[in-house]
Design a protein around this ligand. Structure first.
Ligand code: DAH
Length: 344
């Protein structure tokens, strides 16, 4: 037995484990289930009682030495020191992810750019508005349904004077009122912005969306001027061969009013599911500014005339990129947003 103890001691002293695997082999050979030291512990039961004390001590000391040696060497192998050999220099570096513009912004900027090229400037206005700028100055009669709670989000209501009601603007036409109140003709502005309506959210409607409003006021501005400007816009936005048509409509702030359609850019006017087999897509409302509106804003309606138009940005971008569900714009799913990588 003593011989075998001496052999284990010697093995321990001369141990040269160069890899974790060699160390593990050593561990199994000495203190594994069938290891040489384990066997000595088994045989210890049969040793004469008078020798037990001394031998037991020796075996235990040896076992502790073996364990501490293994632990020490294992730490050495698993330490976090990184050497040049550990680094894979061929791995690609960490990429800096740059965000992309939201499709609403891309479409809005494209719309604004087209009108900027025609000499329009960009005007802004508040999202929290009063009744005057959203309704009254725009010739909405007091009982008009758009003033109803069902359509408008009110912040505060004034029972005595409706015009002092505070609300979230339901359209960007309010900005044209602010521009007319503060600027003298000639006026040429486009007004982008977020608008709010009390609508149930679905694939086709949302309570928050975006519009771009346009306003042109000068002497002798005619319906023909409007038509030609909007034709130019439609061709820049949807392609050279695009046709437009104007259908009679009604808005309180324009007279006459029209709804403008463009020929369907997907089927080229032949009819498809996007244009509901009509060959036409409705894209905006427009018309000649009602003289009542000009007068409300302090502009002489005998001297000046003008046209106005308004379009939904979500609708324009849905048509341009064939997006079928409005809610995608608000979910911020990067897989959707990444598709509109654009510098504008
Ligand atoms: N404000 C209208 C809306 O939200 C859009 C509109 C129609 C604006 C005709 C105009 C216009 O300036 O002339 O539905």
């Amino acid at each position: 037995m003593n011989e075998r103890i001496a052999k284990i001691k010697q093995e321990l002293e001369t141990l040269k484990a160069e890899t974790l695997q060699q160390l593990e082999e050593f561990r199994v050979r000495i203190i594994g289930k069938k290891g040489s030291l384990t066997q000595l512990f088994d045989e210890f039961k049969t040793v004469a009682p008078e020798k037990k004390k001394e031998l037991g001590k020796e075996l235990n000391v040896l076992k502790n030495d073996v364990i501490s040696k293994i632990t020490e060497l294992r730490e050495h192998f698993t330490s976090n020191e990184i050497t040049v050999n550990d680094i894979d220099l061929s791995l690609p570096g960490n990429q800096d992810l740059i965000g992309t513009r939201h499709p609403i912004s891309v479409a809005k900027n494209e719309i604004l750019d087209i009108f900027k090229r025609l000499g329009f400037t960009v005007a802004d206005g508040p999202e929290i508005e009063d009744d005057w700028h959203v309704f009254s100055a725009l010739n909405f009669p007091p009982e008009h349904p758009a003033r109803d709670m069902q359509d408008t989000f009110f912040i505060s209501k004034n029972a005595e004077n409706e015009q002092n009601n505070v609300l979230l603007r339901t359209h960007t036409s309010s900005i044209q009122v602010r521009v007319m109140e503060t600027q003298k003709p000639p006026i040429r502005v486009v007004c982008p912005g977020r608008v709010f309506r009390n609508e149930a959210i679905s694939a086709r409607a949302h309570c928050i969306f975006h519009q771009v409003e346009g306003l042109y006021i000068d002497e002798n501005v005619s319906f023909a001027d409007m038509k030609q400007t909007l034709l130019f816009f439609a061709r820049e936005m949807f392609g050279e061969g695009t046709q437009i048509r104007l259908r009679p409509s009604f808005f309180p702030f324009t007279e006459p009013s029209a709804e403008m359609d463009v020929s369907c850019s997907i089927c080229g006017g032949k009819g498809c599911s996007i244009c509901k087999y009509t060959g036409w897509l409705e894209i905006m409302g427009c018309g000649m500014v009602d003289p009542n509106v000009l007068e409300s804003c302090g502009i002489d309606s005998k001297k000046y005339t003008g046209y106005a138009f308004g379009m939904g940005v979500e609708r324009m971008s849905m048509l341009k990129w064939q997006i079928k569900d409005l809610r995608l714009y608000f979910e911020n799913d990067v897989r959707f947003l990444r598709q509109f990588n654009s510098v504008i």
